[in-house]
Unconditional design. Structure first.
Length: 361
């Protein structure tokens, strides 16, 4: 009886199976369902955290304005420090975006199918979400989309670039075309997988007020458990977000981990290259089995299976401690699954088990 009326009404974000966490020997697991990195982060992360445990002020709150981290983010993102702010994950940033820019009954358009967290956050704030669906090949018809925006006039548009789970990649010029044409719409561009494409709209935030970019350390930097993300936006929008941001919520360990990862960019770049090479190998092997693979940007592929075998396919891999993501809960994607790409060695294990599954049919 006391619940927020918006919370009562919306559907929660569907989580993956919890089975991977329940297995005692996690070294035997290939967790390919949430697009985390499949290797540990840079050794500098562990080294610097252990040093802090021995010598740091654990009894203090975290640094509430970590200039060193902001400077390194500024250098990495190639934008001034005043256009950057860090948060306790990009998911947390989504919540601050909602609290800062959204009021009840605001119309929010989400380019879909896509990551569902933003939908949950804005609906819990009382916003009205609408989905603009990509075509059957998961491409965006830009002319039709512009017609749609002119007709519906949303306050905010959410675009994941590259898109999760379809891999759809939107070039910077396309985003620039949208933000320059629709100055009264705020475009939230989620660049969670930026490192795997190199395509970014960060520089547009220096010239336009109506774009805000979210990024994360959970994917290419392998820091998912530390929960670190950051925003790139105009100085005005960064100031607005910072008004309500709780700076104590980004733990000292998370800050150390992010700084350490940024101090070892070659480690991250080497992992990204290995993932992209493994992705080509994996796609080629699956296509030999006549499996339809969508392999756009990101550290994942989207796969279309015969619906009659999808459940059996997923159960088989689960029994082999290989966990993948079912997308059957999304409209029009009942036949689809998503598989995170790891190293070549890891994906060879997956290929072997997929071949074993089909050979047994």
């Amino acid at each position: 009886m006391f619940a927020n009326k918006y919370i009562k009404a919306f559907k929660p974000y569907p989580l993956v199976s919890h089975k991977a966490w329940e297995i005692e020997n996690k070294k035997d697991i290939l967790k390919l369902d949430w697009n985390e990195a499949t290797i540990p982060p840079s050794p500098k992360v562990k080294e610097n955290i252990l040093n802090f445990l021995d010598n740091g002020m654990i009894n203090w709150y975290p640094d509430v304005n970590n200039i060193k981290l902001l400077e390194k983010l500024s250098f990495y993102a190639k934008v001034p420090i005043k256009n950057i702010q860090y948060f306790a994950s990009s998911d947390s940033l989504h919540e601050y975006i909602a609290r800062t820019f959204i009021e009840p009954e605001d119309r929010i358009v989400i380019v879909a199918p896509t990551y569902d967290n933003f939908r949950v956050v804005v609906e819990s704030s009382g916003a009205l979400t609408e989905f603009y669906y990509l075509d059957d090949n998961f491409c965006l018809d830009i002319d039709n989309f512009e017609y749609y925006l002119n007709l519906h006039k949303p306050k905010i548009v959410y675009i994941c670039n590259p898109n999760n789970p379809t891999g759809t990649l939107y070039e910077k010029e396309l985003i620039k075309r949208l933000i320059s044409k629709f100055e009264n719409i705020m475009f939230i561009v989620d660049e969670a997988y930026y490192e795997f494409t190199g395509v970014s709209c960060a520089s547009l935030a220096l010239d336009y007020e109506n774009i805000l970019i979210s990024r994360t350390f959970s994917k290419a930097f392998a820091l998912a458990s530390f929960r670190v993300g950051y925003a790139i936006a105009s100085q005005h929008n960064i100031r607005l977000l910072s008004k309500i941001r709780n700076p104590k919520n980004i733990t000292t360990f998370s800050q150390i981990a992010a700084i350490s990862a940024l101090d070892d960019l070659e480690y991250m770049k080497s992992y990204v290259k290995e993932v992209l090479d493994a992705k080509i190998y994996f796609k080629n092997e699956l296509e030999k089995l006549n499996i339809k693979v969508f392999d756009g940007g990101g550290n994942f592929v989207l796969i279309k299976l015969d619906l009659s075998i999808k459940k059996e396919f997923m159960n088989y891999l689960s029994m082999k401690n290989i966990f993948i993501r079912d997308y059957g809960h999304i409209k029009g994607m009942e036949s689809y699954i998503r598989i995170t790409i790891g190293t070549k060695e890891q994906m060879n294990i997956v290929v072997t088990e997929i071949k074993n599954f089909y050979n047994a049919k």
